[in-house]
Design a protein around this ligand. Structure first.
Ligand code: ADP
Ligand code: ZN
Length: 218
């Protein structure tokens, strides 16, 4: 059983790799961004509050995020580990997580900013199952239709240039310090570098699996 955090800038591919690692590592993936997008579809005061942050590229307040994290952690079977995608994004969130779970390693995705911007503006997502595509490099077999489930693909509302810039800014300011927090705590890191736009996800996933093996975590 292994508990992991996948960490990287918006567009570094966290969601893409997390969905592939899920089966290989037999872990539950908790992706706070996906959970928020589900909640936003509802017509509730909570949905409105969350939407007002997400659509601007800002972080949802820590109290809301932590509560949602706890609810989702509680659903995981006792003998199963987890992979967090999109949490923690602030040092406060990392400290709160530290009170409720032990993290075995941080998977750190290192991706240059130009790749991030290219990727996010060409990213498309399945409305039905959440599978992630890229109209330039990770194309679906049929135009705008999901390979997995046949659902329609769409572009996320926060994948627009202005909001992408804001998300990167927030990442630099609020999320980067989380790395320092884990380094100081001595939590091991697995680094995966992506230097080309067309690097296939499998290559990165293999780098990650190798790093976890070296740490004797799998
Ligand atoms: P990306 O990493 O590509 O920006 P996500 O799907 O992880 O996308 O997150 C989308 C948005 O959801 C973020 O911009 C933010 O508004 C909100 N969000 C996700 N996770 C968190 C979190 N841990 N704390 C606060 N806000 C979050
Ligand atoms: Zn689908």
């Amino acid at each position: 059983m292994v508990n992991l955090v996948i960490f990287g800038a918006p567009g570094s591919g966290k969601g893409t790799y997390a969905s592939r690692l899920k089966t290989k590592l037999n872990v539950e993936v908790i992706a706070t961004g996906d959970i928020f997008r589900e909640i936003i579809k509802e017509d509730t005061p909570l949905a409105k509050t969350i939407k007002s942050y997400v659509e601007k590229g800002l972080l949802v307040p820590d109290e809301i995020t932590l509560e949602i994290l706890k609810q989702n952690l509680a659903k995981i079977p006792k003998d199963k580990g987890f992979l967090l995608d999109g949490y923690p994004r602030t040092v406060e969130q990392a400290k709160a997580l530290n009170e409720i779970a032990k993290i075995d390693a941080i998977i750190h995705l290192v991706v240059p900013e130009w790749i991030i911007i290219e990727r996010l503006s060409s990213r498309r997502i399945c409305k039905n199952c959440g599978a992630i595509y890229n109209i330039l490099f990770l194309k679906p077999k049929n135009d705008m239709i999901c390979d997995n489930c046949g659902g329609p693909l769409y572009q996320r509302e926060d994948d627009t240039p202005e909001v992408i810039r804001r998300r990167i800014e927030v990442y630099e300011k609020q999320t980067q310090p989380v790395l320092q927090y884990y380094k100081e705590k001595g939590v091991p890191f697995v680094e995966a570098k992506c230097e080309k736009l067309e690097t296939p996800p499998e290559e990165i996933v293999d780098q990650i699996l190798m790093g976890l093996k070296n740490l004797k975590l799998i």
